[in-house]
Design a binder for this molecule. Structure first.
Ligand SMILES: NC(=O)c1ccc[n+]([C@@H]2O[C@H](COP(=O)([O-])OP(=O)(O)OC[C@H]3O[C@@H](n4cnc5c(N)ncnc54)[C@H](OP(=O)(O)O)[C@@H]3O)[C@@H](O)[C@H]2O)c1
Length: 279
C-alpha cells in the first residue's frame, strides 16, 4: 500500500519539498506520496493525531510549527530537544519520533568547502530558529569560537545560555560584529534580511572581512543575496542556502527510507522550481 509522507506548515503553498521528495520516491521505486498540508496552530494536535492514525511514514514540519509540535510527539532525539525544534518526524513502529535535520543539513552542505569546523572562528548572524539549529550543531564540532550577532542582542545571549555543549561564545550587536568581522573563518547569515522580496538589504556592511573566509547565507531565494554578493566581491568564498535545504531534505529522506538520496538530483529539481518563480 502507498505510504503517506507530508509537510505541515502555514502557509505551505510555496514549499518545494513535495516535488523534491515525490521525485525521489519515483526515482528509487518507493511506493510513497508526499503531500503539503496547511495546518493552523489550533489544528496542529488533531493533524498530528490524524497522521498517526493513518499510519503516516513520516513528515516534515515547517514554519510556524517547528517548536509547537514538540508536546504532540512520542519522543524527540537529543539534538532536536536541545534546539527546541523538530523539522522531521519518523513513524517508528507506531511512535512519532522528532528529529532536527536543519543543523546537520547545513553542516553536511558546508563540508565540501569547509571540511573541518574544529578550531575555526565562527560568527552566526541571527538568533532565530534556523540559527539555533546551526549553533547547536556547530557547537558539537569544537570550533575555537562560536559568536552570535543579532538585532536583539538579548536573544543571542539566551541562545548561548541554552547551549549544553561547552564552547567559547560572545553575543554581539550588528555594529560590534561588523567591526570584528576580520577575525572569522566562517560567517553564517541566518536572518530573513535579503530574502525575496526585500532583496536590497543586508544585516550590515561587510568591512574588513578576511580574504578566503567562508561566508554562507542560508537564504536560497534569491540564490545570491546582497550579503553574499558583497562578501564575494571582497574576496570571500561564498555558499547560498540551497545546500542546507537539499541536505536537510536528504537526511529526512534517509530517516524515512534508509536511502541517502542523490543530492545533485535534488539540487537540480529545486533549481528548476526556483527558476519558474519570480523573486
Ligand atoms: N536553507 C534552508 O534550508 C533554511 C532552513 C530554515 C530557514 N531558512 C531561512 O532562514 C531565515 C530565518 O528563518 P528562521 O526560521 O530562523 O526565522 P526566525 O526564527 O523568525 O528568526 C528570524 C531572525 O531574523 C532576524 N530579523 C527579522 N527581521 C529583521 C530585521 N528587520 N532586521 C534585523 N533582523 C531581523 C531576527 O532578529 P530578532 O531576534 O532581533 O527578531 C532573527 O534573528 C529565513 O530566511 C528562512 O527562509 C533557510
Amino acid at each position: 500500500m502507498k505510504k503517506l509522507f507530508a509537510v505541515l506548515g502555514d502557509p505551505i503553498g510555496h514549499s518545494m519539498s513535495p516535488v523534491m521528495h515525490n521525485d525521489l520516491f519515483s526515482f528509487y521505486n518507493i511506493d510513497g506520496v508526499y503531500l503539503p498540508f496547511q495546518v493552523k496552530d489550533e489544528d496542529l494536535y488533531d493533524a498530528v493525531k490524524g497522521l498517526k492514525a493513518l499510519g503516516v511514514g513520516g513528515f516534515n514540519v515547517t514554519v510556524p510549527h517547528k517548536s509547537k509540535i514538540l508536546p504532540f510527539l512520542d519522543g524527540i532525539d537529543e539534538l532536536a530537544a536541545n534546539i527546541g525544534a523538530v523539522n522531521t518526524v519518523v513513524n517508528e513502529n507506531g511512535q512519532l519520533m522528532g528529529y532536527n535535520t536543519d543543523g546537520p543539513g547545513f553542516l553536511k552542505g558546508l563540508n565540501p568547502i569547509l571540511p573541518k569546523i574544529a578550531g575555526q572562528k565562527v560568527l552566526i548572524i541571527g538568533a532565530g530558529g534556523a540559527a539555533r539549529a546551526i549553533y547547536f550543531t556547530l557547537a558539537k564540532e569544537n570550533p575555537d569560537t562560536l559568536d552570535i550577532a543579532n538585532r536583539t542582542v538579548e536573544k543571542a545571549r539566551e541562545l548561548i545560555k541554552d547551549c549544553p555543549y561547552s564552547v567559547s561564545s560572545r553575543a554581539y550587536s550588528f555594529e560590534e560584529a561588523s567591526e570584528s568581522l576580520g577575525e572569522y573563518d566562517l560567517v553564517v547569515q541566518t536572518t530573513v534580511i535579503g530574502m525575496s522580496p526585500k532583496i536590497d538589504e543586508q544585516p550590515f556592511v561587510l568591512n574588513n572581512l578576511r580574504k578566503q573566509a567562508v561566508f554562507c547565507d542560508i537564504i536560497y531565494n534569491p540564490l545570491e543575496t546582497k550579503f553574499l554578493k558583497e562578501a564575494e566581491q571582497k574576496g570571500a568564498i561564498i555558499q547560498n542556502g540551497l545546500d542546507m535545504f537539499v541536505y536537510q531534505g536528504a537526511l529526512a529522506f534517509e530517516k524515512w527510507t534508509g536511502i541517502f538520496p542523490d543530492v545533485e538530483r535534488m539540487r537540480d529539481n529545486v533549481l528548476k522550481q526556483l527558476g519558474g518563480r519570480t523573486c
